[in-house]
Design a protein around this ligand. Structure first.
Ligand SMILES: Cc1cc2nc3c(=O)[nH]c(=O)nc-3n(C[C@H](O)[C@H](O)[C@H](O)COP(=O)(O)O)c2cc1C
Length: 374
């Protein structure tokens, strides 16, 4: 049987499971149209809000690179260096909801069968802010958006009642999700911050509020490096910097750990994996741990702004993977989602040279009781 690259995620059919995540590649109508033309299975818009946003002076994103033959890490462009990560302190879309509304409608008219997910964000400090979430949700779904992604995860919002400040508070996650669910006619995905002690706690809050899926990860809270010569941060304005977000290859293993925690805690729920993906092999990690779709940002930014080569290779990689596994009877992504979820276990369950001497880090129990592994 021929490989079928399509998948259904939270009830929405995607022609392939590869989405552009909410970020500069999805900040305009022309970018989103180009993304669909290039073959992306779905697009999550740059986060749309109701409050005014003004970005910092100078660059909003820079790329940290590693040398092949030395431990040197720097944002300075130089030949032969490999991408380590992206670092950004860009806020949400600086365009208003009124700007977005006709554009969302036009994109849906041009690409009616291609899922367009509206990323939205408001505050959480009072009922007016909760109504803002509802205003955004209704406006976007009325234009035909197929799902809503709640940005509960931006790591550098000034307001204490926004972004990852919501995502760090399970009660607020729940309250905001519930407020959106009250008006939503389309699936609601909650995009959580990885910067918490136990992401399962906030995910539970989202599911209690009615979330249909969790997207993880947003960027990790981080700082750019200081230059050893100038003693200045490699990205700064007037010598000053604030917390920003790390993305790209460096966060792939970190984000996978979050996904593993999430999919083990909620094996029957839906997850969209994000973080450090630029090849099918990267994406495969997320599928095998239990994600139904994946999203890409940094790799697309570095590939003609919307990632035409990245999506071509992701699609080719999936098609080839399915062809090579035809003997297993695998014909679609669903056939291997979550297949390696249960391979992540407590350390005490990993085999040791002498099993009898190890009791999960505890002293051997005395007397007749069997030692219990933790
Ligand atoms: C410059 C930049 C802007 C971003 N803006 C948003 C945003 O508006 N909303 C959002 O939910 N995530 C935003 N993100 C986070 C990305 O969607 C994604 O979660 C993160 O970059 C990790 O994926 P990656 O490793 O493929 O870059 C942004 C990331 C970058 C680099």
């Amino acid at each position: 049987m021929a490989a079928d690259l399509s998948t259904t995620f939270t009830g929405i059919r995607f022609q392939n499971p590869f989405l552009l995540s909410s970020a500069p590649p999805t900040e305009s109508e022309s970018n989103i149209q180009r993304a669909f033309e290039a073959g992306w299975g779905g697009v999550v818009t740059k986060t749309i809000g109701l409050h005014p946003v003004v970005n910092v002076t100078g660059p909003k994103t820079k790329f940290l690179r590693a040398d092949a033959d030395s431990p040197h890490l720097s944002m300075k462009k130089r030949p032969g260096a490999a991408l380590h990560s992206s670092w950004n302190w860009e806020l949400i879309s600086d365009k208003t909801l009124d700007w977005w509304v006709p554009r969302l409608g036009r994109i849906k008219k041009t690409f009616p069968d291609r899922p367009l997910v509206a990323s939205i964000m408001a505050g959480s400090g009072n009922d007016t802010e909760l109504r803002h979430w509802q205003t955004l949700a209704v406006a976007c779904q009325d234009e035909g958006c197929d799902a809503l992604e709640l940005n509960l995860s931006c790591p550098h919002m000034d307001r204490q009642d926004m972004g990852s400040n919501i995502g760090k508070d399970r009660a607020l996650v729940s309250i905001v999700t519930k407020a959106v669910k009250e008006v939503a006619r389309v699936p609601v995905w909650a995009k959580l911050t990885p910067s918490t002690t136990n992401i399962v706690v906030e995910a539970r809050g989202a599911f209690l509020g009615g979330a249909d899926a969790i997207s993880s990860s947003n960027t990790f809270t981080s700082l750019p490096l200081l230059d050893a010569e100038t003693l200045e941060f490699e990205i700064n304005v007037d010598g000053l910097v604030s917390m920003g977000g790390l993305g790209g290859p460096a966060i792939l293993p970190l984000s996978l750990a979050k996904i593993s925690e999430l999919t083990q805690a909620f094996p029957d729920k839906s997850f969209s994996g994000i973080g450090g993906i630029s090849t099918f092999e990267h994406a495969l990690n997320y599928f095998l741990l239990g994600c139904g779709t994946v999203q890409v940002c940094t790799a697309a930014m570095l590939d003609s702004a919307i990632g035409p080569n990245v999506i071509r290779l992701l699609i080719q990689g999936l098609a080839r993977f399915l062809e090579n596994r035809a003997d297993k009877g695998w014909t679609r992504v669903d056939d291997f989602i979550g297949l390696r979820r249960d391979r992540v276990v407590a350390q005490s369950r990993i085999r040791r040279p002498d099993e009898k001497e190890y009791h999960g880090g505890h002293e051997a129990a005395e007397g007749y009781a069997e030692p219990t592994a933790v």
